[in-house]
Design a protein around this ligand. Structure first.
Ligand SMILES: Nc1ncnc2c1ncn2[C@@H]1O[C@H](COP(=O)(O)OP(=O)(O)OP(=O)(O)O)[C@@H](O)[C@H]1O
Ligand SMILES: [Mg+2]
Length: 233
């Protein structure tokens, strides 16, 4: 579905991604792992069209994906749930959710809201509460819910478990798996390598913007390199 072919990208004089190659196939959860500063968020921002591709190519459903055009990428159904959530603090939960579907016909909102409230009953209870007054875990649920409102054909999640209590982390991973089982492919960036690899079909480890390792979730979980570098063993 999505393929990055030898992608280079960066900011000003800094080249962050150097020859990065990865793909996400229909139905997959793909984990993207790497140390702080390895270029994980940059990878997602480059796919999302926020950061332009300098050389190499991204293809989506077999055709080149325009680079550096976030609106075009979003209209193709590729949706990024960014690191740090970035919900609208002064809008209510409901307004935040609706903001995720502004590009789609409004008559589908009711059914989508029902689906999201099914995943996150807590958001239904708090639909009139201001986004900025939600707890960290609730804000993460809202950010994922908002991305789901856009009916993504590919959902990219950047560190959804960051800063959350273990119980909420487990719930978030469970919901990621459920969303995927409904047919949405997911590209998942995580520091929490163990939990991410447990739900991922495949994964990539990147080091300073380059491919280091790839394999199935189970292979990477068992690899000495991953265990030492990311699982603290
Ligand atoms: N807007 C920017 N301008 C300049 N450099 C940037 C910018 N954003 C990121 N970088 C640099 O690019 C490199 C990769 O950053 P990136 O955010 O992609 O890493 P990451 O793998 O997501 O790290 P983390 O695990 O800390 O989130 C870092 O060295 C960072 O300082
Ligand atoms: Mg990051």
């Amino acid at each position: 579905m999505l393929k990055l072919h030898d992608v280079h990208a960066g900011y000003g004089a800094i080249e962050v991604l150097k020859n990065l190659t990865l793909e996400v196939q229909a139905g997959e959860i793909v984990a993207l792992l790497g140390a702080n500063g390895a270029g994980k968020s940059t990878t997602l921002l480059t796919i999302a069209g926020v950061v332009p591709v300098r050389s190499g190519m991204i293809t989506w459903q077999g055709a080149p994906l325009p680079t550096g055009k976030a609106d075009v990428v979003l209209r193709q159904g590729i949706c990024l749930c960014p690191e740090g959530r970035h919900i609208f603090p002064r809008l209510t939960v409901l307004e935040n959710l609706i903001s995720g579907s502004l590009l789609l016909p409004a008559n589908r909102n009711a059914a989508k809201l029902e689906e999201i409230f099914h995943y996150f009953p807590l958001l239904a209870e708090r639909r009139k509460q201001l986004g900025g007054t939600l707890s960290g875990g609730e804000q993460q649920m809202l950010a994922i819910g908002r991305a789901m409102m856009g009916e993504p054909k590919l959902l990219m999640l950047d560190e959804p478990s960051l800063g959350l209590a273990p119980q909420i982390v487990s719930r978030i991973f469970e919901i990621i798996r459920l969303i995927n089982q409904k047919g949405v492919p997911i590209l998942l960036v995580e520091q929490n390598a163990q939990q991410a690899l447990r739900i991922a079909h495949r994964g990539y480890v990147i080091v300073t913007g380059k491919n280091q390792l790839t394999g199935t979730g189970a292979e990477l979980l068992a690899s000495d390199e991953v265990r030492q570098a990311y699982l603290g063993e």
